[in-house]
Ligand binder design. Sequence first.
Ligand SMILES: Cc1cc2nc3c(=O)[nH]c(=O)nc-3n(C[C@H](O)[C@H](O)[C@H](O)COP(=O)(O)O)c2cc1C
Length: 214
Amino acid sequence: MAPDPQPNAPRPASVAVAVTGASGALYAMRTVAALLEQGVHVELVVSDYGRRLLRDELGETATVERLVPFLAAKYGDGVHAGSVLVHSNRDLGATIASGSHGCRGMVIVPCSMKTLAGVAHGLSRNLVERAADVMLKERRTLVIVPRETPMSLPQLKNMVLCAEAGAMILPAMPAFYQLPTTLDDLADFMAGKILSALGFEHALYPAWTGQVER
Ligand SMILES: Cc1cc2nc3c(=O)[nH]c(=O)nc-3n(C[C@H](O)[C@H](O)[C@H](O)COP(=O)(O)O)c2cc1C
């Protein structure tokens, strides 16, 4: 058997990213690209409506199967620093369905109100919900990026339940004090907030200096 070329090399951080059927595919793509640029191993799971969302909002080339070429074309070759493993949302035997798997954290971006409800009530009906449940029970970082407006009382209560269980609720609410001029600026801001929540340093938006920089 060939020797391991770097037996003591640290393993790259592994982060689960779930994409569900709420509006905001660009947030998801920028988040995955930014994690890959950091050399992260991304464990990706996309719901059926998440797949539809990617196509509807970003076009026919934005498929899960051709994700890395899509990201490289949009964000550059830096995305090749990391790796992606795609899981089926129906596979409850996938690595991220178990607490013994060393996933550092998880983000659901964007998170539909349906998936939010499933996480809030610990339903584990599919891999997105199960992996989120694992993050909560293992006391690991779970970032939920809900997108809906206006919100009903059950939806608001589901966010409270998730926050009480330890998740970070990070709504898809980009700020405007950075004077964004493109949709990509807005996506950079949201991806930056998500990376910060997951414990990564980044330069996706400039730090607030106390005044608007024109
Ligand atoms: C075009 C389109 C846009 C949608 N936008 C949202 C949304 O912004 N927020 C939301 O909670 N649900 C939205 N939905 C509804 C969800 O996709 C639907 O509840 C779905 O069952 C979610 O399933 P999932 O969480 O497994 O992806 C949208 C559906 C469609 C077809």
